[in-house]
Design a protein around this ligand. Sequence first.
Ligand code: NAD
Length: 294
Amino acid sequence: MARIGFIGLGNMGLPMALNLVKAGHEVQGYDVNAEALSKLAAAGGTTTGSVHAASSGVEVVITMLPAGQHVRDVYLEAGGVLASVDPGTLLIDSSTIDVASARTVAEAAAAKKLLMIDAPVSGGVGGAQAGTLTFMVGGPEAAFERAKPFLELMGKTIVHAGDAGNGQAAKICNNMILGVSMLVTSEAFVLAEKLGLDAQKLFDITSKSSGQCWSITNYCPVPGPVPTSPANRDYQPGFTAAMMLKDLKLAQEAARSSGATSPMGAGAAAVFGQFVEEGGGPYDFSGIIRFLRG
Ligand code: NAD
């Protein structure tokens, strides 16, 4: 059994860490939030008081942090992960961050001869709890192979997407598709309402027609057709609109820096931006339909 340092024990990190504990690994965790640490301790993990302590004397470090700046700080600062780990420690960053930050940290790790992958996830808190996440991995083959047995304890689908940063590239492309498809799905349901077409009828037809997509069949933004969708519980998340906006902004940043054209992604970023500005941030991203209704 391995000793694992786990940094960032929030909505996603804590249940991921608990799956490693359940599998018999020794998890020493760190979070700036004391409440998160007590939850880990209550479930059989060990708590530490700093990034340095969490990454000392371990075989693997896993991070699950909010954004690029947190990841750069935690890995690169004095007393950070790179300065604290033993030689040979495997590094896994599962946060969703910008591709440039992921590549900067990966280069710094490589300069210290440390194997590192970026391994963002999809599947949300439910997937983290159930151990059914999808991991999109960027980094050297050797790091991927070493990480796989650990990722398999937290996820069901593990895909090696290429070199450092490609996991993040896959994640933002996927979420740009999701943001745009949820927005246009919501527009269609609002249009149907205005035209006097019943939502269930529209669902029955589009879920079997060429407009079919995940946002309709798995996560329908109106209550009724898909009983598990957040629309049936007043748009409690799920995946918040604030998180969706973050990912759409990351996609736009990447499109700008790489010279890719992305008018639909830009439109979705603008609309989700207004929704969040008007207080929609904590709600599920499918709550965008309420914003469209005005
Ligand atoms: P969260 O805010 O619940 O958790 C982040 C944790 O990191 C918090 O507990 C915070 O206290 C801790 N933290 C921040 N700075 C720290 C530092 N310097 N040292 C130690 N701990 C620190 O966020 P989350 O929902 O768990 O998401 C984490 C990452 O996963 C994000 O990048 C997010 O985009 C991504 N993600 C989230 C979901 C989701 O549905 N929530 C789904 C897929 C991916």
